[in-house]
Design a protein around this ligand. Structure first.
Ligand code: MN
Ligand code: MN
Length: 397
């Protein structure tokens, strides 16, 4: 672990741990000039890992119609997922669209290989999370709120109130499958009752009528408005799992172009992920850019956008996303998003790094002397007088 790592918990993928180890080694050897900027979950070395899928003559598909996929259902509750199976390019991040009807619980479970970041689209949700120190976080969420559960921390989700809830769950590992989570009923139904009886100090008969297989969605009454105390008493965790993303003041560059974004510095438990809601008016453009330190996962909440992707060696492709579609941009790949519909577009964007970094085309160009640009493009220096002198980020029509 890097000694300057103040975010410490180091949840992330196994590869991340490996990378964190490399980072520590490189830091120890004095190879990293600015090693204080490298924290757990840093993906600086990801491009050194060869990816055969990204080495082909053309770029692979980078979008997937998540909401049109079948998923797993119980009545009106469902979970639909986008992993490397559905979208092979998305190795760094997986996502799930989940709907829970009133009284339905996504049962107690943990994720062996991923942290969970979530955005509440509609409805209300309660979660419990128990950390390795035995402290329980119980939080209630509403539309526009997000949560973060570190990798391996046991949790459950429960619809609150009389309305269904809609959630987008995002995981910092594209190989993660929602349908391969470690559910408590799946585990206990496969352990001999005698072992459970010994473990928990209750009669074996206690388990006779327990579920015989994974429950996944459990249906019960609508939960009480005020949560009861845990069996073991109240012992809250030091860091909150909850953040109200849409209560923040958005970053606004022109009317109809707004972004709400939260990184680990403002939501400390979210050490391995950053999330944002980007709103684009019709014809507005999130300019050409890339992210030096993270992969990007997109879910279109509303509207219609065109995404572009550039992958070096002349490889370029475009895709149109409608509401409910997912897009994926590998770390360091050039891209843009443009509203090509007639309504405002809203995009949920999640990165697999707790620190946000972007290099925007306008800013890169504005950072050059005119003679450099003149030589590079073989044009007179005056050509560039009209170019932006600042970071555009989002452009209106
Ligand atoms: Mn989960
Ligand atoms: Mn981006």
């Amino acid at each position: 672990m890097n000694p300057s790592d103040h975010t410490n918990p180091a949840p992330g993928t196994d590869r991340r741990d490996f990378l964190a180890g490399m980072t520590a080694l490189a830091g120890a050897a004095g190879l990293l000039g600015a090693s204080e900027r490298v924290v757990a979950g840093d993906t600086s070395f990801m491009n050194n890992v060869p990816d055969p899928l990204l080495a082909e003559k053309s770029l692979p598909e980078f979008t997937f119609a998540l909401e049109k996929s079948p998923g797993r259902t119980l009545g009106g509750s469902y979970g639909k997922e986008a992993t490397v199976k559905q979208l092979p390019i998305s190795k760094g991040i997986a996502g799930v669209s989940m709907r829970l009807e009133p009284g339905v619980m996504r049962e107690m479970h943990w994720h062996a290989t991923a942290a969970e970041w979530a955005f509440v689209v509609s409805g209300r949700v309660r979660t419990t999370v128990v950390d390795p120190q035995g402290r329980t976080g119980i939080d209630d969420f509403g539309p526009g709120d997000i949560w973060y559960f570190p990798r391996g921390h046991g949790h459950m989700l429960q619809c609150l109130g009389q309305e269904p809830c809609q959630l987008i769950l995002v995981f910092d590992n594209g190989y993660f499958s929602e349908f391969g989570t470690f559910s408590i009923s799946d585990w206990l139904s496969h352990v001999p009752p005698a072992l459970l009886a010994k473990n928990l100090g209750v009669p074996e008969a206690t388990f006779r009528d327990f579920p015989k297989d994974e429950v996944y969605f459990a249906k019960g009454p609508v939960p009480p408005e005020t949560p009861a105390a845990p069996l073991g008493g109240v012992q809250p965790p030091p860091l909150s799992h909850r953040h109200s993303l849409l209560s923040q003041k958005p970053f606004e560059t022109f009317p109809g172009g707004r972004e709400w974004r939260v990184e680990a510095k403002d939501f400390p438990i979210s050490a391995t992920m950053t999330g944002a809601i980007l709103e684009l008016a019709p014809k507005a453009l999130r300019e050409l850019h890339w992210h030096p330190n993270a992969d990007e996962w997109q879910y279109l909440l509303a509207g219609r956008i065109r995404a572009t992707l550039f992958g070096s060696r002349g490889r370029y492709r475009e895709a149109t996303l409608d509401a409910g579609d997912v897009g994926y941009i590998p770390q360091g790949y050039g891209h843009s998003l443009e509203n090509v519909g007639s309504d405002p577009a809203r995009i949920l964007i999640v990165f697999n790094s707790g620190m946000y970094e972007t290099v925007n085309l306008s800013q890169w160009i504005a950072g050059q002397p005119a003679d450099v640009l003149a030589v590079n493009f073989g044009r007179p220096a005056a050509t560039f007088d009209a170019f932006p002198k600042r970071n555009v980020f989002m452009a209106g029509d």
